[in-house]
Ligand binder design. Structure first.
Ligand SMILES: NC(=O)c1ccc[n+]([C@@H]2O[C@H](COP(=O)([O-])OP(=O)(O)OC[C@H]3O[C@@H](n4cnc5c(N)ncnc54)[C@H](OP(=O)(O)O)[C@@H]3O)[C@@H](O)[C@H]2O)c1
Length: 261
């Protein structure tokens, strides 16, 4: 049984990000969509990037001043073309996915390429496009979305876990690369969040996906978005570094409390 605590987060505009231009990749679903909503609620103009144009257009209609950008983050040239001209203040390269839970010896090289190209190279493509402008303007926020999977591997997690370990390593590198440029670098590493993530992982097998969350008081996308909001609304001198977020039912990647459903 879940706690039932599903109170909506207050979305009243606080205006803390008025005048800022934010970029969220993977804004068509789950955590990215929730982040886009809170940044917009804080007054930012949000560039909503993902491949699913229909979902982006729907969200754009709800979020005043936002821009829908159909973009595949794996396409380095397209990312550079679309993002380099924009003066992005806040970049959240959140787009990511997992495919299956097969052991390496049975894994699919096509799935591995999709995961690594999206979760690792996709993040790099975005950073390459937006950070030079931030450096020139001497300010900016980069908030990576890692995972507890980047800190603890689990059976069948292999390539997804490796991709998120790479994001964590990139976070550390970025702190050096961007040191003393005025840019703040953060990573938010969530545990189990209920989103379409597992539907994508299991390629549309929604029954199997639902079992991942059955009986668990899992995190919500809004919980992660609220933390991103906190990070980017701190005073300029404050850089929140790494935030690991678990639901109270999850002690580790493998240790999850489940109640009868
Ligand atoms: N859910 C969890 O338990 C959990 C835990 C820890 C970390 N995370 C991380 O959180 C991030 C968001 O995941 P989620 O849970 O919100 O899953 P989700 O609901 O499936 O959202 C994934 C987003 O990524 C976008 N995306 C995928 N491939 C893309 C590509 N090539 N180019 C552009 N956009 C692409 C998808 O949009 P389109 O299909 O429209 O392109 C979608 O908007 C991921 O990086 C994931 O690894 C999730």
């Amino acid at each position: 049984m879940e706690s039932g605590d599903r109170r909506p987060y207050p979305l009243a505009t606080m205006g803390n990000l008025a005048g800022k231009l934010a970029l969220v990749t993977g804004a068509s679903s789950g955590i990215g969509e929730a982040i886009a909503r809170v940044l917009a609620a804080e007054g930012a103009k949000v560039v909503l990037a993902a491949r699913n144009k229909a979902k982006l257009t729907k969200l754009q209609a709800e979020l005043a001043g936002s821009i829908a950008l159909e973009l595949d983050v794996r396409d380095a040239a397209a990312v550079q073309r679309a993002l380099e001209p924009l003066a992005i203040d806040i970049a959240v390269p959140n787009a990511g996915l997992a495919r299956g839970v097969d052991p390496v010896q049975k894994g699919s090289p096509e799935d591995w390429a999709e995961v690594l190209d999206t979760n690792v190279k996709g993040v790099l493509h975005v950073l390459r496009a937006v950070t030079p402008g931030m450096i020139a303007r001497k300010r900016g926020d980069v908030v990576l979305i890692g995972s507890v999977a980047g800190r603890q591997a689990y059976p069948g997690g292999n390539v997804y876990c490796a991709s998120k370990a790479a994001v964590r390593s990139l976070y550390e590198s970025l702190r050096y690369d961007l040191h003393d440029t005025g840019i703040r670098v953060s990573t938010v590493d969530p545990g189990m969040v209920r989103t379409p993530f597992s539907d994508v992982r299991f390629k549309g097998d929604t029954e199997r996906a639902a079992k991942v969350y059955a009986g668990v008081d899992h995190l919500l996308a809004e919980d992660i978005a609220d933390i991103v909001r906190f990070i980017v609304t701190r005073p300029a001198r404050v850089n929140i570094g790494e935030v690991v977020v678990w639901s109270k039912d999850q002690a580790s990647a493998m240790q999850v409390a489940r109640r009868p459903v």
